[in-house]
Write a protein of this length. Sequence first.
Length: 405
Amino acid sequence: MQYVIVGGSIAAITALNVIRANRPDAKMQMVADEAVPFYYRALIPFLLDKSRTVDEILFTEQPTDDKRVKFHHDRCVGVDSTQKVIRLESGNPLPYDKLLLAAGSSSVRPDIPGVGSTGVYTLRNMDEALKVRDALEGCGKAVVVGGALAGIKMAESLQRTGVHVTVVEQFPRILPFIADTETAQRMSQKLGQEGMAIHTNDSAAEILATDGKATGVRLVSGKTIPADLVLLMVGVRPNVEFLAGSGVDTDLAVLTDQEMQTSVPDIYAAGDMVQIHDAVTGEDVISGLWGNAVHMGRTAGFNMSGIKAVVPPFLSSFNSTEIAGLPIISAGLIHPQSEQYTVYTEAQGENYRKLIFDKDRLVGMIFLGDITKAGVYINLIRNRIALGERKDALIREVMSVLSTL
Ligand SMILES: Cc1cc2nc3c(=O)[nH]c(=O)nc-3n(C[C@H](O)[C@H](O)[C@H](O)COP(=O)(O)OP(=O)(O)OC[C@H]3O[C@@H](n4cnc5c(N)ncnc54)[C@H](O)[C@@H]3O)c2cc1C
């Protein structure tokens, strides 16, 4: 059995490890356009301020150490599902019996004047992170366009190098997908105290440049912000172009069933290039989350090995991180728009907790500061547990923690 895996990140590696464990006879080929060794993508912000070295963000076990795995540092440019081969940029066709698509997503580069100037970067992979790290030599001011999680993580890291950082976010608040207004205000205040400038309700209209080198950013509001370096962190789009003509159905991203099989037999997909159905909101979205990529990769790996498995319910919003020294965990529906939902909040010093219920079901939560037992409540959200009369006791349990701090 010939397994071919396109992609070299967490969804691909998780699937590969499951196949290696369950099919000792398997021949496995991996195609990834980033060179090995494999690394934890979410940790690349820490390369900028050198708080982590490259070695420290590598997977401790590299799947390519297994002699059964053949690695191709190449790019998949097409899939012929009739002949069961993929085409590589180098020109070689690669036959498969079972194929996993795990090509993730790429940074969006906004089409604004000056975007091609020297000193303007997108940042999603290690190669780009190392380029930005080198460009920080002699850099005094940076603008990060995009104040969602990845943008703020990069901004914090840049700031730790002594660079003055300005963040520009088009939403009325930073961290629009993981924070409510209260949490975002608290975070903005903390980041501001550390010297970061934040402009919300605004976006980049033009990169200003002299002799082809970026000197600043003009915002839609008309303000101009000087910068030696501009990071564009305005979002990602799934890498599905190479699937044109393959027969694999896509919408916002690749469509799969609960076993991660695509519309084409023997072709599976996992990770950020897959469209998921959110268990709470019922919306079809692109996940963009590490944990979901793990679940998808594992499920695909089992089914490709001939062992039936289905993915657990997905949350498209579930983040656990630390910003400005404050831990934050948020999950589920954190911006309820209808009166059908009941919201409970409690604050104590730097700690803040919010619970959102749909009748007796917990559908969303934000814990800022003290994050004790957050995992328990996230499972209630993910599995849509009806709490019945236990709802009031749960609210008391969650909120009373703050009064004991
Ligand atoms: C800065 C940053 C911080 C993040 N922080 C968090 C966090 O705190 N929590 C969280 O849950 N998630 C976080 N994420 C998101 C998380 O990293 C992604 O959800 C996860 O990496 C998705 O994994 P994946 O395997 O689907 O794809 P990716 O990690 O996108 O990897 C896909 C790989 O496939 C390669 N590839 C693409 N096209 C081809 C092709 N045609 N041929 C061959 N190879 C190809 C790509 O180069 C890449 O190496 C963060 C992401 C970034 C960038």
